[in-house]
Design a protein around this ligand. Sequence first.
Ligand code: B12
Length: 278
Amino acid sequence: MNDAVAEMISLKEAASRLDVHYMTAYRYVRSGRLPAHKVGDTWRVDPTDLGAVRPTSGRPPAKRGSPDRGEIRNRLENRMLAGDEAGAWSVMEAAGAAGASPDDILTALLAPVMGHIGKAWSSGDLSIADEHRATAVAQRLVARLGPSFVRPGRRRGSVVLGSVAGDPHALPSAILSDLLRGKMFEVIDLGPNTPAECFVATAANVDRLHAIGVCVSDSALLDSIPTFVRAVRAGVPGVPIYVGGGAIESEAGATALGSDGFAATTADVVALFSTTSS
Ligand code: B12
């Protein structure tokens, strides 16, 4: 056991120091209020984290309340980094119960948390293992939230999405898929690292093709995009092809790569795909 873990206390001890029942302390952990790490079968708590949940004298513990968005993001990130899908889901459910829409949960909570994790990874504060673990939880959370975007009714057409060949990022197209499904599009998500010919083959077989979306997160791939877009366009003529994602920073940049449009914000993404609605 390393020193950092050795200084940790058990959840039972944390509950005792907080003067709350063990199950209350456990709930703090699962809802992300109290950071904790699982070692074997037991939760270990850093005693310096107890201050954040310790009730001040004479006042009952802050229970549900309405934590601000930054605090909810912290809780979510904390649970995701711990690999705790159930706890992370509880944080998202609580945000939903407090009024966040499924769109908000993905774009104002989950995506910024992933962005923060990416920054912490690039500055060396998190390891690549931490990033992988959190991403695996994020993928499961997106899948779990998916059904809340499905509505009955006639679809506005089909959209084929995926990340460009060589790009391993899976969440951009997964999240975008749900946002567009919620706006009555039929979406086929081809996922990460999708060759141009897969976009073409898929587009050939969908009902009322409306647009194609190519996600690019890794700017090292930008040089390959014009050729990629030309290949897709040659196979699927007459349909808008939108290139976007974290590596596409401006309208001029998107146009130079061959995109038929650009979206700076999430609201703009939905508007962009809606412009040529059939
Ligand atoms: C998880 C992750 C990984 C995982 C991906 C695993 C998986 N299964 O998905 C792994 C570990 C594999 C990975 C690898 C790499 N990663 Co990475 N990764 C991330 C991280 C942390 C999260 C990505 C994510 O899911 N974001 C959430 C999505 C939803 O956000 P989003 O992309 O912004 O999407 C929104 C909008 O952009 C828009 N949008 C998205 N797509 C599209 C498409 C269209 C058409 C439109 C209109 C809009 C649109 O809508 C979305 C919803 O709002 C990001 C950090 C970040 N800022 O995102 C880094 C990040 C993207 N990665 C980065 C890097 C550098 C890499 C590597 C190159 C690292 C390396 N040296 O090996 C490799 C890729 C190597 C390769 N090409 O093979 C950099 C990219 C910097 C850059 N601009 O080039 C980032 C930003 C981290 C950082 N801060 O430096 N990564």
